[in-house]
Write a protein that binds this ligand. Structure first.
Ligand code: ZN
Length: 72
């Protein structure tokens, strides 16, 4: 798996959620970074990308389920 933030290959120590992985060093940085640090924007963007992908997947699922509900 590839780290969502730094794109390094992550072994099984990575935090995995929503099908994405964040490496231990980025996890630590994310917890420590504050909004006035330049890195903050990169983390926010990475999470936002992930979040958008989740929303898209949920929408696709709903559309598929909707097809089943339609009268045949
Ligand atoms: Zn990373």
């Amino acid at each position: 798996m590839e780290c969502l933030v730094c794109r390094r290959i992550v072994d099984r120590d990575g935090l995995e959620f929503w099908g994405a992985t964040i490496c231990p060093s980025c996890q630590r940085k994310m917890l420590e970074v504050t909004a006035d640090q330049p890195e903050y924007g990169a983390y926010v963007m990475a999470l936002r990308r992930l979040w958008r992908r989740q929303l898209q997947a949920a929408r696709d699922r709903r559309l598929k389920e909707g097809e089943h509900l339609e009268p045949e």
